[in-house]
Design a protein around this ligand. Structure first.
Ligand code: ATP
Length: 274
């Protein structure tokens, strides 16, 4: 899988095995995705098709990775946008951007010969925040367009479209978004426990030379409360320290320094660090 991933931070082709920890969330998500896959049975039983899944949880825990893995798992095209892309736009542009997203999903599915599409919207709270009677009219139009598009989805159309949205502020969302037939399936993506952290560290150490004496279990033990994104930074920073020391492998003390650095919340812009 390391060749597939190349250098990109969030590769476009990704499986659930590339996501560390999150066993419960992964299982819940796969269970929900079976609704997309087993659409004929769903229809036979008269079950309301699933249109929207909401991933909630702190930043950097792998919500975007989950959405990408979902696309691979269901053999769907993956189209994505971030809620923040819809702001600072003229009135009406946000709504037309929503229409474009759905169009793009359809066009790409047709072109790539896929029967389903997943549209992922990160930071959904930016456009889907509680409507407060007129203060944010331009966002209202965007949100209304999204709701209209979702209400118009039918399981007997090709491609079948599933929406996945992510937020770390679920309590901020307008209740209209959470109604049955919209984002009515919620999956919590939590910070990883120690076992999860080990798993994530192992995933991100695959392409790195690590000293034999270095213990990932120790690193996992010292990173309580770290997100997957922070653990990825620890790995990267440790590698930079080892390289600066002109050593062929990453040693335990490099990890300790990297943990301190990430814990201090220093910006880890790797280009700048290099
Ligand atoms: P945000 O809410 O900030 O958008 P997110 O939950 O969508 O965050 P991702 O974008 O999926 O987080 O993760 C950011 C990066 O952190 C990933 O590209 C990956 O390198 C790393 N990462 C996060 N969680 C995991 C995980 N569970 N397993 C492996 N890597 C992870």
């Amino acid at each position: 899988s390391s060749e597939r991933k190349g250098k990109s931070r969030t590769p476009s082709y990704l499986t659930f095995d590339d996501i560390g920890g999150q066993d419960r969330a992964k299982n819940e998500l796969k269970e929900a995705l079976d609704f997309l896959i087993r659409h004929e049975e769903i229809r036979k039983f008269g079950i309301r098709p699933l249109k929207g899944i909401l991933l909630t949880g702190p930043p950097g825990t792998g919500k975007t990775l989950m959405a990408k893995a979902a696309a691979h798992y269901t053999n769907s095209v993956f189209v994505s946008a971030s809620g923040s892309e819809f702001v600072e736009m003229y009135v009406g542009v946000g709504a037309s951007r929503v229409r474009d997203l759905f169009k793009e999903a359809k066009t790409r599915a047709a072109k790539e010969n896929k029967e389903s599409a997943i549209i992922f919207i990160d930071e959904i709270d930016v456009i889907g925040g509680k409507r407060d009677g007129g203060q944010h009219r331009e966002y209202d139009q965007t949100l209304n367009q999204l709701l209209t598009e979702m209400d118009g989805l039918h399981s007997n159309e090709t491609p079948r479209i599933l929406m996945i949205a992510a937020t770390n502020r679920k309590e901020m969302l307008d209740s209209a978004l959470l109604r049955p037939g919209r984002f009515d399936r919620h999956i919590q993506v939590d910070l990883p426990d120690k076992k999860g952290r080990m798993h994530i560290l192992n995933i991100h150490s695959k392409n790195k030379p690590i000293a034999e004496g270095a213990s990932m279990e120790r690193v996992a033990g010292e990173t309580f409360g770290f997100s997957g994104a922070q653990l990825e930074s620890v790995m990267n920073e440790a590698a930079i320290y080892a390289m600066r020391d002109d050593l062929p492998v990453i040693e335990q003390h490099h990890f300790s320094r990297a943990i301190d650095k990430v814990m201090m919340g220093e910006k880890t812009d790797r280009e700048a660090t290099m």
